[in-house]
Design a protein around this ligand. Structure first.
Ligand code: 1HE
Length: 256
């Protein structure tokens, strides 16, 4: 794990690097278990995490060399292991920003789609080659990717092997940002600092409650929203921030 995943702390930001460039950061069991462990044990002082890849690509997805060895039951457990690990990323203690470049394909896209913000360098390309490999997604793509781009686009990606370049990927919702080649990490850190400066309850609600509201019916969703709004505004930190604005001491919208 230590070789395939490199972690570093900068102020209150956790940087997690996929470090298997010789295999294009293809994700084997050791790597996915490493991701689970890192995101299950984020130090309390961390306010935001960034995940990115060493070498020419973010990730070539599942390590295909391991696939041939599994029977159906082992395949089921393997897929559930990915679900567990990527749930740790999506529903952990801090928001996670994926900084992408080169291939973001198959399980690499599944990992990226478990993150809360995606920043893509211009070299990024997205694909779900599972269709062409004769398999199916198993790391959560069928749940997370349609939420980003819609059912029809994911179906097309898998049926036809369509590859989306960075700019088109942003246009359809695969990333929220596109930046110049080599500028991804700096952009990720800039965003992470903003994320980490939010009130804890706001980030918690965005990570843990908003996705549940989206998955629920309108009536339940509105009730969950009201409860969340009530809890958030009750916190001393929220009251202090509102007071700061009313006293003219807080930044206006759009001020740097
Ligand atoms: C790999 C993998 C891999 C590279 N598993 N070993 N993912 C895919 O179907 C994508 C397969 N990979 C590619 O299409 C290309 O490798 C890339 C476009 C990502 C990069 O191309 P390139 O020219 O930079 O690298 P390369 O020469 O193809 O690969 C370098 C080495 O990495 C080579 O090994 P080597 O020992 O010959 O040097 C490749 O075999 C190896 N490599 N990708 C294993 N994926 C939870 S379910 C998720 C299901 C999926 O993710 S399916 C999609 C899998």
């Amino acid at each position: 794990m230590k070789n395939y995943l490199h972690t570093e702390i900068q102020d209150n930001i956790l940087l997690v690097k996929l470090n298997r460039p010789e295999k294009r950061n293809a994700i084997n069991d050791e790597l996915i278990l490493g991701i689970e462990e890192v995101f299950a044990n984020i130090p309390a002082e961390i306010g935001c995490a960034i995940i990115y890849g060493e070498g020419k690509h973010f990730s070539a997805g599942l390590d295909l060399s391991s696939l041939t060895e599994r029977d159906a039951v082992q395949g089921l457990h393997h897929s559930r292991m990915w679900h567990r690990a990527l749930d740790r990323v999506q529903f952990g203690t801090v928001p996670v920003i994926a900084v992408l470049h080169g291939a973001c394909v198959g399980g690499g896209l599944e990992l990226a789609s478990a993150c809360h913000i995606r920043v893509a360098e211009t070299s990024t390309f997205y694909a779900l080659p599972e269709g062409q490999r004769g398999i199916f997604v198993g790391g959560g793509a069928s749940v997370r990717v349609p939420k980003l781009i819609g059912l029809a686009r994911m179906t097309d990606m898998m049926l036809t092997g369509r590859v989306y370049p960075a700019d088109e990927g942003m246009a359809i919702g695969l990333s929220q940002y596109v930046v110049e080649e080599g500028a991804g990490l700096a952009k990720g850190i800039e965003l992470a600092k903003k994320v980490a400066s939010n009130a804890g309850m706001t980030n918690y609600a965005l990570m843990h409650i908003l996705p549940r509201i989206v998955d629920s019916g309108q009536d339940q969703g509105l009730m969950m929203e009201s409860l969340t709004a009530a809890i958030a505004q009750d916190a001393p930190e929220a009251k202090a921030r509102l007071r700061e604005f009313l006293d003219g001491k807080a930044k206006k919208v759009g001020e740097a």
